[in-house]
Design a protein around this ligand. Structure first.
Ligand code: SF4
Length: 378
C-alpha cells in the first residue's frame, strides 16, 4: 500500500549517525515522560538502542496501552503495529510512526475489500455463520474490525494455537464463552499469513487435506464449491517475504557444517521448513529458546536478520547465525533509521506532531472487540 513519507531535509540526511544520536538523546530528555519509544525486535540497532521497550507487535501494543502518562507513543515498527497501538491507547495519546512508508508486505496482501468479497463468495456456497474469521496481528485495523463484526478474533504467532482451538471448538478452550463471538465453528477463514495458519493447523492434528488456499486474485478464491465446503482451514494466500525465504536446503547446509547445531524457525516460515526445524515459535519464543540453549550451542535462526544478529551479540557464550547466510532485512522495518527517529522527536519538541497514525472510531470499536476476544480466549 502506497503511503507518502516526506523526504527528510539536510539537517537529518547530512549529519553522522553519532551526531544524530546526540540530538536524539537531547530531544528525548527534553520530552521526558511525555514520550515513550517502542522498538520492534526487527528494528536496526541504531533505533532499538533508544527504545524504552522492545517486543513483538502485540506486546508493544499492550505496553503502549500501559503508558498512560505518555502523550506521544513513537512506534518504531510498521504501520499495522502503530494502528493497533492507536486502537488500544487512550484518546489523549498520539501514536507516531517515524516513516509512513514503513508498511508490511504481508499485511498488505489482504485488504478489507478482498476479505469482504471472499466472505460474500463463501456465503453463496456455505453457511458463513459456521465460519470463524481469524486475523493475524499482522493485518490492518480494518481487518481486525471485520473479524470483530463477524464473531472472530485476532491471533498472534504466540497464541495462534489457542485461538484456533477456540475457533474450532477443540481442547481446553472448546466452548469457552466469549461475548458476542462464535467459537466452535466448522471452519476458519484465516488471514493474511497462510504459513502461520497451516503450521498451526498441522500442529493441532489436522492434515493438509483439511486445508485449502484462498487466492484473492481468482474467482471464489480459485476453489471449487466442494473445496470451500469441505476445508476446515481456508488459508489466505499471503506470506512474509522475509520468513518465506528460508528453505529446507538451508537446514541441510547448516547441519552438514554443525551436526549438533540447533535450528529454530518462525511459524511464518513454510511448512516444509518448519517440518525439519528443531523448534518453531514466535519471536518471543526464539529469544527464550536461545537463552535456554546450553552454553557453546551453535544456533541457526530462521527469521529477520536484525533480531538474529542481536541475539548473537547478546549471547556471548553461544553462536547465533541466520539460517540463510544471504538473508536480507525486512525492507519496510529497515526504513526507520536514526534520522527519522531524530526528526519525529525534534518535531515533537517544537510542538508539532508528525506522522500521527489514527484509526477512525468505528474501526477502532470493531478492532478493539477482536483484540479483546483474543485476550479473553487466552
Ligand atoms: S518481517 Fe514480514 S511480517 Fe514482519 S513487517 Fe516485515 S514483511 Fe511484515
Amino acid at each position: 500500500m502506497l503511503r507518502l513519507q516526506q523526504p527528510l531535509d539536510e539537517r537529518y540526511t547530512l549529519p553522522t549517525t553519532d551526531a544524530l544520536h546526540t540530538r536524539i538523546a537531547a530531544a528525548k530528555a527534553s520530552l521526558g515522560d511525555r514520550v515513550f519509544i517502542l522498538g520492534h525486535h526487527y528494528q536496526r540497532d541504531e533505533v532499538i538502542r533508544w527504545a524504552d521497550a522492545r517486543g513483538d507487535s502485540y506486546r508493544l501494543s499492550v505496553l503502549a496501552q500501559q503508558q498512560e502518562a505518555a502523550e506521544y507513543i513513537v512506534f518504531c515498527g510498521v504501520h499495522f503495529m502503530a494502528e493497533s497501538a492507536d486502537v488500544l491507547t487512550a484518546d489523549h495519546q498520539q501514536v507516531i510512526l517515524p516513516d509512513l512508508n514503513a508498511g508490511c508486505s504481508m499485511a498488505d496482501m489482504a485488504d478489507i475489500d478482498e476479505v469482504e468479497e471472499a466472505w460474500e463468495a463463501l456465503g453463496h456456497v456455505t453457511d458463513v455463520e459456521r465460519i470463524v474469521p481469524i486475523t493475524y496481528m499482522n493485518s490492518s485495523a480494518a481487518l481486525k474490525a471485520f473479524v470483530g463484526r463477524h464473531g472472530g478474533a485476532v491471533c498472534t504467532s504466540t497464541n495462534a494455537r489457542a485461538i484456533l482451538d477456540w475457533a474450532l471448538g477443540q481442547g481446553e478452550r472448546a466452548g469457552r464463552e466469549v461475548v458476542g463471538s462464535r467459537g466452535g465453528g466448522d471452519k476458519v477463514l484465516f488471514f493474511p499469513d497462510q504459513h502461520l495458519g497451516r503450521n498451526t493447523g498441522l500442529a493441532m492434528g489436522y492434515g493438509l487435506d483439511d486445508m485449502a488456499l484462498w487466492n484473492p486474485r481468482l474467482e471464489r478464491g480459485g476453489l471449487s464449491e466442494f473445496e470451500c465446503k469441505e476445508a476446515t482451514f481456508l488459508l489466505w494466500k499471503g506470506h512474509c517475504s522475509v520468513n518465506q525465504r528460508f528453505r529446507p536446503e538451508h537446514v541441510a547446509a547448516f547441519r552438514a557444517e554443525h551436526p549438533d547445531g540447533i535450528v529454530i524457525a518462525h511459524p511464518e516460515c513454510s511448512h516444509d521448513l518448519c517440518a525439519v526445524a528443531d523448534q518453531v515459535g514466535s519471536t518471543d519464543f526464539i529469544i527464550k529458546a536461545v537463552a535456554d540453549a546450553p552454553a557453546g550451542s551453535v544456533i541457526a535462526v530462521g527469521t529477520e536478520i536484525h533480531l538474529v544478529n542481536r541475539l548473537d551479540a547478546e549471547s556471548p557464550d553461544k553462536t547465533v547465525v541466520s539460517l540463510d547466510p544471504l538473508v536480507c532485512p525486512c525492507s519496510t522495518m529497515f526504513r526507520i533509521d536514526a534520522a527519522h527517529l531524530c526528526w519525529v522527536l525534534e518535531e515533537l519538541v517544537d510542538g508539532r506532531v508528525p506522522n500521527r497514525i489514527t484509526v477512525d472510531p468505528a474501526t477502532t470499536d470493531g478492532a478493539r472487540v477482536a483484540l479483546q476476544r483474543m485476550l479473553e480466549i487466552v
